[in-house]
Ligand binder design. Sequence first.
Ligand code: RB5
Length: 151
Amino acid sequence: MKLAIASDHAGYELKKAVLEFLQSKKVDFIDFGCGPGETVDYVDYGAAAIRRVVSKECDRAILFCGTGLGMAIVANKFPGIIATPCWDEFTATVSRTHNNSNCLCLGGRVLAPELAIRIVEIWLEKEFEGGRHERRINKIIQLEAENFKKS
Ligand code: RB5
């Protein structure tokens, strides 16, 4: 599993804590920025990382901003991306088992590092359950095909 990672300034510190955890677990990732002390637009960094998931260079993404919301909005503009802000163990679990999330979005201004790491752990470990959830995801894919133009 190779992860595409990005943050803006508001997510930077939480990203640092999560990257240390990923390194300790030997999870492969590419960090697309931002770096320390920068003030940036989350849109640019989220898009840079999520493009690597769309191109299949990376399997999934974890994106960090102040709330997780801006990054999720950006990532969900890309085909095949199911970006889910998660804020506790339950949302982390169902984001995978029901929603088949391939992009986890975390808020540096709303989550303590310990909880964020637990969320990441769950999100990496849980599998999509399929079944009735697959039918629902297929309907979302159908909506995407109807509403998003391919360039
Ligand atoms: C940056 O100040 C903040 O707006 C951003 O990190 C994010 O929370 C947007 O959704």
